[in-house]
Every structure is written in C-alpha cells, then in structure tokens.
Design a protein around this ligand. Structure first.
Ligand SMILES: NC(=O)c1ccc[n+]([C@@H]2O[C@H](COP(=O)([O-])OP(=O)(O)OC[C@H]3O[C@@H](n4cnc5c(N)ncnc54)[C@H](O)[C@@H]3O)[C@@H](O)[C@H]2O)c1
Length: 372
C-alpha cells in the first residue's frame, strides 16, 4: 500500500501522523511511504530521519494526497485537505465528527473511507487511540498547574512539594480516569498532598489498591467536592461522561470559598469543562483570572509536548496502521471488531451511529459497508 503523511495545518498543531519508526516498519512490511517535507519538524523529526527510514519526501500536500492509498494524520482534515480526498482513499486520523457537520458532509461527498482514532476500541472497553493523549494531558496538568501557581503568573506562590518545615501544595483531582490518575501520580511525585475524587467505587477501589500511600481517594459527592476544593491550592478537572458534555461540578460562587491565587487546570475543557467559569484557551495565552482564581484551560494540551505526544500516539496507532496497510481496510476491519469500531465513513455513507444521531444523518452498519 502507498501510505501518505501530510504536514498538519491546523493552527498550533505540531504533531505528525507517522514517526520515522512507524515509517520504517511500514517500509519493512513492503509498503511505500510518502511524507510531505517538514511534516515531522514540529515534533523534532527531520526529513532526513524519514529518508533514512525508507520514506520518500515530497514538497506539497497535494502530491501526498494525489498519490497515497491511505492518508495517516493527527487532526481532522481541514477544508482544504478535504477537497483533496478522493473516492476509495483511506483516511486514518482523529475526526470527532459529531460536533462537526461541515467536515462530515465533506467526507461523505469525497467518497473516501475514514477510520477515526477516537472510536477505535479495545477488549477492556477502553479507547486505545485516545488514551495516550489523556496520559500526556494528565501528566502535563500538574506541571502547568505548578507554573500557574507561581506568583508572576497570578498564582498563590506555593511550591508543589513545599520544603522541610513548609507544607506541600494541596492538589485535588476531580475524576480518577486516565487523565486523573496520571495527574495524581505526577502531582504526588512532585511532593504535593493529593486527593482524587471520583463517583465510581470500583475505580476508587482500583486506585486505592494500586496507589495507596501515593495519593488519597474520596467520593465525589457535591459536599465532599466543595470541601476539598475550598482547601486546595490546585484543582484539576478530569471528569468524563462518555458522549456527553462535562458536568459543571464547581460553580462560580464556589470560587469565593477557594484560596486566593489557587490554580484550576480544567483538562476536561475539550468537553466543555467541569468548572462553571472555564472557557477554552490556547498555548499562546493559556491562563486567565476569575475572582482571583487562576484558570488554565488549554483544549489541546498534548500539543505543548508535541514530540512526546507524537511518539505516544504513533506507538498506539502503529499496529492498526500496519494491519490496514497489510490487509486492506476491509479485511483488517473484518478481522478486528475494535478497528471496525473506528469506521465512521465509507463511500458516501456514515457508518457510526452516534455521529448519525448527533447530526441527523442516516447510518449504515459498518458490517454492511465491508460488503460495498
Ligand atoms: N485538554 C486536553 O488537551 C485533553 C487531552 C486529553 C483528554 N482530555 C479530556 O480529559 C477528560 C478526561 O479524560 P479521561 O481519558 O481521563 O476519561 P476517563 O473516562 O478515563 O475518566 C473519567 C473519569 O471521570 C469520572 N467521573 C464521571 N463523572 C464524574 C463526576 N460527576 N465526579 C467525579 N468523577 C466523575 C469517571 O468515573 C472516570 O473515572 C475528557 O474530557 C477528555 O476528553 C483533554
């Protein structure tokens, strides 16, 4: 198969769909890899790295899209990229179609087959191509929160680990899933006093069994949450209700109960955020102040550490990318129901029910698409 990887063009996106190591494996499997010049630059990979891996480097995205059988990317194709997709071409990337009717209509019109990273599943009910980015955002949250707490940034001027004779920062993490667990581990590693709130008892049992002594757990009742938030130096928002907007768990009125200069890091901002006062920010201007509480609400946190994120994403996508290239998408999806769960669009038809429901578009079963 001829695999193509263009440079990401969404603003502030520095990741790349294929690492040199992924390109090397694809070439070893007998495939052809074409990369747009400079595509890996934001993640610290040179064109030479890809050439050494056996890829061909071309100047323009047009050349990549015109020749490749499968396009491997990171972000959803932008309008100008969607115009370059063609019938029968395979697209493997994050899509997030449900809130994006324009993109959905363009993909349907293109006739391409699109497999979305975010809906590929695994045998434990997880989302293996989303998890690495949650791991990155989770581990980054205490790091950016610690920076936000610094006086020059409007913060409380509290050091995460304290020093001998001075108490460490109190960190409260709301939501103990992938983001929350990684945030709690790193915050605890920095020496902070950490409590994770969740509403799932099985999840808290798991956290307690695994991390007892590293951080505490507490049930996320409204009362408990209010009490812990009021005592915190940093609160990390990490809740997710699959398929729904994040619940607002901390109101604006509650900010007045918090310590002046405390930091909120709302990682769940990509689902609307779990604080009433959260609004999405960018890496250029990441923090803002509401009632003396500093908010960090960057919607694409992994972009700040593009190299780590690219490699983590590449590790997770590589087996699927190779299966698609080795077998073709029909056989690869027929063999693996978890990959089949990623199929969102085929030949002008939607194949993912939740997207169809959100956008009011008819859907065909993915199994039917395999036969078309
Ligand atoms: N901003 C970014 O750059 C970025 C990057 C990655 C992930 N995210 C977002 O972070 C959020 C968390 O992702 P995740 O992968 O950890 O999800 P996850 O499903 O692994 O974890 C979510 C947790 O929230 C808990 N929860 C649900 N409702 C709750 C409530 N009312 N109170 C307390 N806990 C509650 C669940 O029990 C679960 O343990 C998602 O919105 C995700 O999209 C954002």
């Amino acid at each position: 198969m001829h695999i193509g990887c263009p440079t990401e063009i969404k603003p502030q996106e520095y990741r790349v769909g294929l690492t040199p190591n992924a390109a090397r494996e694809a070439v070893a499997h007998g495939h052809r890899v074409t990369l747009q010049a400079g595509a890996g630059q934001g993640a610290g990979f040179t064109d030479h790295d890809y050439v050494e891996a056996g890829a061909v480097v071309v100047d323009t995205a047009e050349e990549v899209f015109a020749t490749a059988d499968m396009i491997v990317k990171v972000k959803e194709p932008q309008a100008v990229e969607r115009k370059m997709l063609r019938e029968g071409q395979l697209l493997f990337t994050y899509l997030h179609l449900a809130p994006d009717p324009e993109q959905t209509h363009d993909l349907l019109a293109s006739g391409c087959t699109a497999i979305a990273y975010e809906t590929v599943t695994d045998s434990s009910g997880g989302l293996p191509l989303l998890a690495p980015m949650s791991e990155v955002a989770g581990r980054l949250a205490p790091q950016v929160g610690a920076w936000t707490l610094q006086k020059a940034n409007g913060g409380r001027g509290v050091l995460m680990g304290g020093v001998p004779g001075v108490s460490p920062a109190r960190v409260v993490v709301i939501g103990g899933g992938v983001v929350g667990t990684h945030a709690a581990r790193v915050a605890a590693g920095m020496g902070a006093d950490v409590t994770v709130l969740d509403r799932s008892l099985p999840r808290m049992r798991y956290l307690d069994d695994t991390f007892s002594g590293v951080f505490k757990t507490s049930f996320a009742s409204a009362g408990n949450t209010a009490e812990l938030v009021a005592e915190a130096d940093m609160v990390v928002g990490a809740v997710l209700i699959p398929g729904a907007a994040a619940p607002k768990l901390v109101t604006r009125a509650q900010l007045s109960t918090m310590k002046p200069g405390a930091a909120i890091v709302d990682v769940a901002i990509d689902q609307g955020g779990c604080f009433e006062t959260s609004r999405a920010t960018t890496h250029d201007d990441p923090i803002y102040d509401v009632d003396g509480i500093m908010h960090y609400c960057v919607a694409n946190m992994p972009g700040a550490v593009a190299r780590t994120s690219t490699i983590a994403l590449g590790n997770a996508t590589m087996p699927f990318m190779l299966a698609l290239a080795d077998k073709g998408w029909r056989e690869a999806c027929a063999d693996d129901p978890h990959l089949m769960a990623g199929l969102n669009v085929h030949a002008g038809k939607l194949t993912y029910f939740a997207v169809g429901k959100a956008l009011g578009i008819d859907v065909i079963a993915p199994s039917l698409a395999l036969k078309q």
